[in-house]
Ligand binder design. Structure first.
Ligand code: SF4
Length: 299
Protein backbone atom coordinates (compact mmCIF):
# COMPACT_ATOMS: atom_id res chain seq x y z
CA UNK A 1 0.00 0.00 0.00
CA UNK A 2 1.17 3.54 -0.69
CA UNK A 3 0.10 5.73 2.24
CA UNK A 4 0.65 9.45 2.90
CA UNK A 5 3.33 10.39 5.41
CA UNK A 6 2.20 13.31 7.58
CA UNK A 7 4.82 12.99 10.34
CA UNK A 8 8.34 11.79 9.66
CA UNK A 9 10.32 9.16 11.44
CA UNK A 10 13.64 10.81 12.29
CA UNK A 11 15.48 7.64 13.32
CA UNK A 12 15.01 3.88 13.66
CA UNK A 13 15.28 2.21 17.06
CA UNK A 14 15.43 -1.53 17.61
CA UNK A 15 11.90 -1.55 19.05
CA UNK A 16 10.46 0.33 16.03
CA UNK A 17 12.29 -2.07 13.72
CA UNK A 18 10.96 -5.12 15.62
CA UNK A 19 7.43 -3.68 15.44
CA UNK A 20 7.91 -3.10 11.69
CA UNK A 21 8.87 -6.74 11.25
CA UNK A 22 5.57 -7.79 12.84
CA UNK A 23 3.25 -5.13 11.40
CA UNK A 24 4.40 -2.26 9.18
CA UNK A 25 0.94 -0.76 9.44
CA UNK A 26 1.34 -0.32 13.21
CA UNK A 27 4.49 1.76 12.65
CA UNK A 28 2.58 3.74 10.04
CA UNK A 29 -0.41 4.41 12.32
CA UNK A 30 1.62 5.25 15.42
CA UNK A 31 4.41 7.28 13.84
CA UNK A 32 3.67 8.43 10.29
CA UNK A 33 -0.08 8.91 9.87
CA UNK A 34 -0.34 12.13 11.90
CA UNK A 35 -2.53 10.72 14.68
CA UNK A 36 -2.01 12.09 18.20
CA UNK A 37 0.67 10.20 20.15
CA UNK A 38 -0.69 6.75 21.03
CA UNK A 39 0.79 5.55 24.32
CA UNK A 40 1.52 1.82 24.10
CA UNK A 41 -0.80 -0.45 26.09
CA UNK A 42 1.55 -2.20 28.48
CA UNK A 43 0.69 -4.99 30.88
CA UNK A 44 1.99 -5.76 34.36
CA UNK A 45 4.78 -7.95 32.92
CA UNK A 46 6.33 -5.03 31.01
CA UNK A 47 5.98 -2.78 34.05
CA UNK A 48 7.71 -5.41 36.17
CA UNK A 49 10.66 -5.30 33.74
CA UNK A 50 10.82 -1.50 33.87
CA UNK A 51 10.69 -1.42 37.68
CA UNK A 52 13.23 -4.21 38.15
CA UNK A 53 15.70 -2.50 35.78
CA UNK A 54 15.17 0.86 37.47
CA UNK A 55 15.80 -0.51 40.98
CA UNK A 56 18.99 -2.29 39.91
CA UNK A 57 20.25 0.75 38.01
CA UNK A 58 19.59 2.87 41.10
CA UNK A 59 21.60 0.39 43.19
CA UNK A 60 24.54 0.38 40.74
CA UNK A 61 24.46 4.17 40.37
CA UNK A 62 24.67 4.65 44.14
CA UNK A 63 27.53 2.15 44.43
CA UNK A 64 29.47 3.83 41.63
CA UNK A 65 28.59 7.43 42.57
CA UNK A 66 26.77 8.03 39.27
CA UNK A 67 24.46 11.03 39.34
CA UNK A 68 21.99 10.84 36.46
CA UNK A 69 18.52 12.47 36.75
CA UNK A 70 17.05 9.86 34.35
CA UNK A 71 17.79 7.17 36.96
CA UNK A 72 15.83 8.78 39.81
CA UNK A 73 13.38 6.12 41.00
CA UNK A 74 10.56 8.49 41.92
CA UNK A 75 10.69 9.88 38.37
CA UNK A 76 10.61 6.39 36.81
CA UNK A 77 7.71 5.23 39.03
CA UNK A 78 5.75 8.46 38.47
CA UNK A 79 5.67 7.83 34.72
CA UNK A 80 4.11 4.35 35.16
CA UNK A 81 0.38 4.21 34.54
CA UNK A 82 -1.18 0.89 35.58
CA UNK A 83 -3.94 -0.07 37.98
CA UNK A 84 -1.67 -2.57 39.82
CA UNK A 85 1.35 -0.27 39.81
CA UNK A 86 1.97 -0.31 43.59
CA UNK A 87 1.83 -4.11 43.82
CA UNK A 88 4.14 -4.52 40.82
CA UNK A 89 6.67 -2.06 42.26
CA UNK A 90 6.62 -3.93 45.60
CA UNK A 91 7.20 -7.23 43.76
CA UNK A 92 10.04 -5.71 41.74
CA UNK A 93 11.76 -4.67 44.99
CA UNK A 94 11.56 -8.27 46.27
CA UNK A 95 13.02 -9.70 43.04
CA UNK A 96 15.72 -7.01 42.81
CA UNK A 97 16.64 -7.76 46.45
CA UNK A 98 17.20 -11.41 45.54
CA UNK A 99 19.23 -10.43 42.47
CA UNK A 100 21.53 -8.34 44.64
CA UNK A 101 21.67 -10.93 47.42
CA UNK A 102 22.82 -13.63 44.99
CA UNK A 103 25.70 -11.50 43.72
CA UNK A 104 24.47 -10.69 40.21
CA UNK A 105 24.81 -6.93 40.71
CA UNK A 106 28.33 -7.41 42.10
CA UNK A 107 29.29 -9.16 38.86
CA UNK A 108 28.46 -5.91 37.06
CA UNK A 109 30.18 -3.71 39.62
CA UNK A 110 33.43 -5.47 38.68
CA UNK A 111 33.47 -3.34 35.48
CA UNK A 112 35.78 -0.33 35.52
CA UNK A 113 33.46 1.91 33.54
CA UNK A 114 29.67 1.73 33.89
CA UNK A 115 27.22 3.87 31.96
CA UNK A 116 23.52 3.46 32.73
CA UNK A 117 20.42 4.37 30.72
CA UNK A 118 22.67 5.89 28.08
CA UNK A 119 21.01 7.27 24.95
CA UNK A 120 23.13 6.99 21.80
CA UNK A 121 22.65 8.15 18.21
CA UNK A 122 24.55 7.30 15.06
CA UNK A 123 23.99 7.52 11.31
CA UNK A 124 25.04 4.32 9.53
CA UNK A 125 25.24 4.40 5.74
CA UNK A 126 22.56 7.09 5.65
CA UNK A 127 20.24 5.45 8.21
CA UNK A 128 19.88 7.27 11.57
CA UNK A 129 19.77 4.88 14.53
CA UNK A 130 18.90 5.74 18.12
CA UNK A 131 18.75 3.63 21.26
CA UNK A 132 18.72 3.92 25.01
CA UNK A 133 20.98 1.22 26.40
CA UNK A 134 20.27 -0.30 29.81
CA UNK A 135 23.99 -0.35 30.55
CA UNK A 136 27.37 -0.09 28.85
CA UNK A 137 30.04 -1.98 30.77
CA UNK A 138 33.63 -1.16 29.81
CA UNK A 139 32.39 0.00 26.42
CA UNK A 140 30.23 -3.05 25.67
CA UNK A 141 26.42 -3.30 25.69
CA UNK A 142 24.61 -5.04 28.52
CA UNK A 143 20.89 -5.69 28.89
CA UNK A 144 18.41 -7.00 31.50
CA UNK A 145 15.41 -9.13 30.55
CA UNK A 146 12.52 -10.36 32.66
CA UNK A 147 10.21 -13.19 31.60
CA UNK A 148 7.25 -15.08 33.01
CA UNK A 149 5.92 -12.46 35.45
CA UNK A 150 2.12 -12.02 35.46
CA UNK A 151 1.86 -14.68 32.77
CA UNK A 152 0.04 -17.98 32.70
CA UNK A 153 3.21 -19.52 31.26
CA UNK A 154 6.25 -20.22 33.39
CA UNK A 155 9.61 -19.07 31.98
CA UNK A 156 12.62 -21.34 31.64
CA UNK A 157 16.15 -20.19 30.86
CA UNK A 158 17.59 -20.91 27.43
CA UNK A 159 20.04 -23.81 27.48
CA UNK A 160 23.20 -21.84 26.71
CA UNK A 161 23.56 -19.88 29.91
CA UNK A 162 26.91 -18.98 31.38
CA UNK A 163 25.67 -18.81 34.97
CA UNK A 164 22.41 -19.60 36.73
CA UNK A 165 21.28 -19.18 40.32
CA UNK A 166 18.01 -20.08 42.01
CA UNK A 167 16.44 -17.27 44.01
CA UNK A 168 14.98 -19.71 46.56
CA UNK A 169 17.73 -22.27 47.19
CA UNK A 170 20.67 -20.15 46.06
CA UNK A 171 21.93 -23.17 44.08
CA UNK A 172 24.41 -22.06 41.43
CA UNK A 173 24.79 -23.84 38.11
CA UNK A 174 27.61 -22.76 35.84
CA UNK A 175 28.94 -24.78 32.91
CA UNK A 176 32.61 -25.71 33.14
CA UNK A 177 33.53 -23.46 30.26
CA UNK A 178 31.75 -20.23 29.33
CA UNK A 179 29.44 -21.20 26.48
CA UNK A 180 30.10 -18.76 23.68
CA UNK A 181 27.33 -18.99 21.12
CA UNK A 182 25.57 -16.83 18.56
CA UNK A 183 22.63 -15.13 20.24
CA UNK A 184 20.40 -15.32 17.17
CA UNK A 185 20.31 -19.10 17.65
CA UNK A 186 18.31 -18.74 20.86
CA UNK A 187 16.56 -15.40 20.55
CA UNK A 188 16.54 -13.42 17.26
CA UNK A 189 14.67 -10.48 18.85
CA UNK A 190 17.33 -10.10 21.55
CA UNK A 191 20.04 -10.48 18.88
CA UNK A 192 18.41 -7.69 16.85
CA UNK A 193 18.31 -5.35 19.82
CA UNK A 194 21.90 -6.14 20.83
CA UNK A 195 23.17 -5.60 17.27
CA UNK A 196 21.61 -2.10 17.32
CA UNK A 197 23.42 -1.51 20.62
CA UNK A 198 26.72 -2.81 19.21
CA UNK A 199 26.37 -0.39 16.28
CA UNK A 200 25.57 2.45 18.69
CA UNK A 201 28.68 1.87 20.82
CA UNK A 202 30.73 1.73 17.59
CA UNK A 203 31.20 -2.02 17.14
CA UNK A 204 30.69 -3.18 13.56
CA UNK A 205 32.30 -6.62 13.81
CA UNK A 206 33.04 -9.13 16.59
CA UNK A 207 29.55 -8.46 17.89
CA UNK A 208 29.26 -9.14 21.59
CA UNK A 209 26.41 -9.40 24.06
CA UNK A 210 25.90 -9.94 27.76
CA UNK A 211 22.40 -10.35 29.19
CA UNK A 212 21.03 -11.01 32.66
CA UNK A 213 17.62 -12.61 32.55
CA UNK A 214 15.15 -13.05 35.40
CA UNK A 215 12.82 -16.01 34.81
CA UNK A 216 9.72 -16.29 36.94
CA UNK A 217 8.76 -19.88 37.61
CA UNK A 218 5.87 -21.19 39.67
CA UNK A 219 7.89 -21.60 42.86
CA UNK A 220 11.17 -19.89 42.11
CA UNK A 221 12.89 -16.97 40.47
CA UNK A 222 15.90 -17.97 38.37
CA UNK A 223 18.64 -15.46 37.55
CA UNK A 224 20.60 -16.29 34.41
CA UNK A 225 23.63 -14.80 32.71
CA UNK A 226 24.23 -15.23 28.98
CA UNK A 227 27.34 -14.08 27.22
CA UNK A 228 28.45 -14.62 23.65
CA UNK A 229 28.58 -13.36 20.12
CA UNK A 230 26.24 -12.49 17.27
CA UNK A 231 27.26 -13.48 13.76
CA UNK A 232 28.33 -11.00 11.08
CA UNK A 233 25.90 -12.76 8.75
CA UNK A 234 22.96 -11.96 11.05
CA UNK A 235 24.14 -8.35 11.46
CA UNK A 236 24.58 -7.82 7.69
CA UNK A 237 21.16 -9.21 6.92
CA UNK A 238 19.67 -7.07 9.68
CA UNK A 239 21.26 -3.92 8.29
CA UNK A 240 19.88 -4.75 4.83
CA UNK A 241 16.38 -4.95 6.32
CA UNK A 242 16.82 -1.74 8.34
CA UNK A 243 17.97 0.12 5.23
CA UNK A 244 15.02 -1.22 3.25
CA UNK A 245 12.64 -0.05 6.01
CA UNK A 246 14.19 3.43 5.87
CA UNK A 247 13.83 3.51 2.07
CA UNK A 248 10.19 2.39 2.21
CA UNK A 249 9.45 5.30 4.55
CA UNK A 250 11.71 8.01 3.11
CA UNK A 251 12.41 7.40 -0.58
CA UNK A 252 9.22 9.14 -1.64
CA UNK A 253 9.05 12.51 0.16
CA UNK A 254 5.28 12.37 0.72
CA UNK A 255 4.39 8.68 0.85
CA UNK A 256 5.49 5.40 2.42
CA UNK A 257 5.23 1.88 1.04
CA UNK A 258 3.56 -0.22 3.73
CA UNK A 259 2.77 -3.96 3.64
CA UNK A 260 -0.87 -4.94 4.03
CA UNK A 261 -1.67 -5.67 7.67
CA UNK A 262 -2.56 -9.25 8.57
CA UNK A 263 -4.54 -8.98 11.82
CA UNK A 264 -4.70 -11.97 14.12
CA UNK A 265 -5.29 -12.40 17.83
CA UNK A 266 -1.58 -12.96 18.57
CA UNK A 267 -0.46 -9.99 16.49
CA UNK A 268 -3.03 -7.49 17.69
CA UNK A 269 -3.15 -8.59 21.37
CA UNK A 270 0.49 -9.22 22.14
CA UNK A 271 1.03 -9.97 25.86
CA UNK A 272 -2.78 -9.78 26.16
CA UNK A 273 -2.77 -6.02 25.51
CA UNK A 274 -4.66 -4.65 22.55
CA UNK A 275 -2.47 -2.89 19.97
CA UNK A 276 -2.67 0.85 20.68
CA UNK A 277 -3.16 1.52 16.95
CA UNK A 278 -6.27 -0.70 16.81
CA UNK A 279 -8.49 2.38 17.27
CA UNK A 280 -7.37 3.61 13.83
CA UNK A 281 -6.88 0.25 12.12
CA UNK A 282 -9.64 -0.56 9.63
CA UNK A 283 -8.13 -3.99 8.96
CA UNK A 284 -8.41 -4.83 12.65
CA UNK A 285 -12.02 -3.64 12.66
CA UNK A 286 -12.87 -5.90 9.69
CA UNK A 287 -11.01 -8.84 11.25
CA UNK A 288 -12.91 -8.37 14.50
CA UNK A 289 -16.23 -8.42 12.63
CA UNK A 290 -15.23 -11.62 10.82
CA UNK A 291 -13.96 -13.43 13.92
CA UNK A 292 -16.59 -15.29 15.86
CA UNK A 293 -17.03 -14.70 19.58
CA UNK A 294 -15.86 -18.28 20.22
CA UNK A 295 -12.59 -17.76 18.34
CA UNK A 296 -11.80 -14.64 20.35
CA UNK A 297 -12.61 -16.30 23.66
CA UNK A 298 -10.50 -19.35 22.77
CA UNK A 299 -7.56 -17.09 22.01
S1 SF4 B 1 -4.37 -3.67 15.16
FE1 SF4 B 1 -3.16 -5.40 14.41
S2 SF4 B 1 -3.12 -5.19 12.18
FE2 SF4 B 1 -3.77 -3.22 13.04
S3 SF4 B 1 -1.93 -2.02 13.27
FE3 SF4 B 1 -2.23 -3.05 15.20
S4 SF4 B 1 -1.05 -4.94 15.04
FE4 SF4 B 1 -1.30 -4.15 12.96
Amino acid sequence: MILPVLRHLTYISSSTYLTWQKCQHKVYLTKLAGHPYLPPNVGASAIMGTCFDAIIKDYLAKKKGINNPILKLDRVFKEIKHEDKDAVIANAYVVAGQYIKHGLADKLLASQDIKLEQELYRVINGVPILGRLDAILDGLPFDWKTRGFYSKYTASPHANYAYKVSGISGEVTAPNTTPLFDLEEINPAWATQLIFYNWLVGKFSDFYFRVHEVCHQKKDIIFVEYEGTISDEFANKLFGNVKKMWEQIHDDRYNATIAEPQPSYDLCHEYNCQCEAAVYCKSYERWLERSSKDELELA
